[in-house]
Design a protein around this ligand. Structure first.
Ligand code: AMP
Length: 364
């Protein structure tokens, strides 16, 4: 079976690395020439909406999927005329627009921060009036890793935030004072069977994920259940096939959905070594029509992103239980270049090794 993947970044690379042992072959469509997938699978270099590149990509693939959510919806719909595409375009459509996404959560009675769509300066003033401050102003589309966002602390911030973002459709959200950020990752197969990974606890800096602990510490079964129900509702409503991630804020007993990703997710990288079947393998199993594998965690894991500069690999691998993944990307400030997963039987062991790892990553 030949699986076509739109996007040739690290997520695509890890999908192909997980699916190759299952006897599957992979083809990527990706605009960049030195993309992370270029060294491991056949890559068609071209724009996602270039008709010739898309036709070459589609020719002979049995099924298609995508590894990031900003691929053009029209290209995905066109691909559907050649082969099945999973997750379904409706999921992509919802995830590409923060307003659609939040409205979907609201329709399913999944709690979120209060939100209002903003299309003009006067609507922003009304939205601030309704939601109050502090609040977060976000672009509805093409936002990721904290890009396209401004915090509004006081009324003085409103004008500059509008100045910075006001030329595109926006969403104003109430600021949530959360205790921590969690994510739930679920996978649904072509028959509607679902599996879920244990919640991960995520730390962001400047909007970029820097660390995940998994299974997240101190998670009562009721919280895990609630997160799974939210993910299941989203997947069932969309007749979803593949891996889905929902990022959540935990505020006391409350669990609020922030956003969803219709794809494998950075906060699930720990599942490669930390569970029976990784999020990548389960995504590939789902899109290829194979049964899903167990998501059972093997001990405790911590995942740390390598951002901006490349570390000395030997110094990291010297830490027991460390697994290094480098994506083959050129260093650039703020760019995700790789990650390290630490896995051990006891959370205390992981915590001690994590301190060591973060010291070494800082170059100390
Ligand atoms: P996002 O692009 O929506 O994932 O936001 C990036 C990060 O900004 C999140 O991981 C949070 O740390 C923070 N953030 C986003 N929205 C809110 C909010 N409504 N209240 C508090 N923090 C937020």
């Amino acid at each position: 079976m030949l699986v076509g993947i739109l996007g040739g970044g690290q997520l695509g690379r890890m999908l192909a690395l997980a699916g190759t042992p299952l006897g599957l072959r992979f083809r990527f469509l990706e605009p960049g020439t030195n993309a992370p997938t270029s060294v491991i699978a056949h890559q068609i270099v071209g724009d996602y909406d270039g008709p010739r590149a898309l036709a070459r990509f589609a020719d002979g693939i049995d099924v298609a999927t995508y590894e990031f959510e900003n691929v053009p919806l029209a290209s995905v719909r066109q691909l559907q005329q050649h082969c099945p595409v999973y997750p379904p375009p409706a999921a992509l459509e919802a995830a590409q627009d923060r307003l659609n996404e939040k409205q979907l959560f609201r329709r399913l009675h999944i709690p979120t921060a209060p939100f209002v769509a903003v299309n003009s300066r006067s609507e922003l003033d009304e939205a601030v009036e309704r939601i109050g401050l502090p609040a977060v102003l976000k672009t509805r589309r093409m936002g990721y890793d904290g890009k396209g966002q401004r915090m509004l602390h006081t009324a003085d911030d409103v004008a500059s935030a509008w100045e910075a973002l006001g030329d595109v459709p926006l969403l104003l959200e109430g600021f949530i004072t959360f205790g921590r950020e969690l994510s739930i990752i679920g996978v649904r197969d072509q028959h509607g069977n679902t599996v879920f990974y244990p919640l991960a606890e995520n730390t962001h800096q400047d909007g970029i994920l820097v660390r995940s602990l998994a299974p997240a510490p101190d998670v009562p079964g009721s919280l895990q259940n609630r997160a799974e129900i939210y993910a299941m509702q989203v997947m069932d409503t969309l007749d979803y096939v593949g891996t889905l991630a929902i990022e959540l804020f935990q505020a006391g007993e409350r669990l609020l959905a922030n956003e969803m990703a219709p794809r494998v997710h950075n906060s699930g990288h720990w599942t490669i070594e930390g569970t029976e079947t990784s999020q990548f393998e389960n995504h590939i199993r789902a899109v290829a029509g194979l049964p899903l594998g167990s998501t059972f965690p093997i001990g405790s894991s911590a995942m740390v992103n390598i951002i901006g500069t490349l570390p000395d690999a030997a110094r990291l691998l010297d830490i027991p239980g460390a697994h290094l993944h480098l994506y083959g990307k050129a260093p650039r400030p703020g760019r995700k270049l790789g990650h390290v997963t630490l896995r051990a039987n006891e959370p205390e062991t992981v915590a001690a090794r994590l301190r060591e790892l973060e010291t070494r990553l800082r170059g100390a």
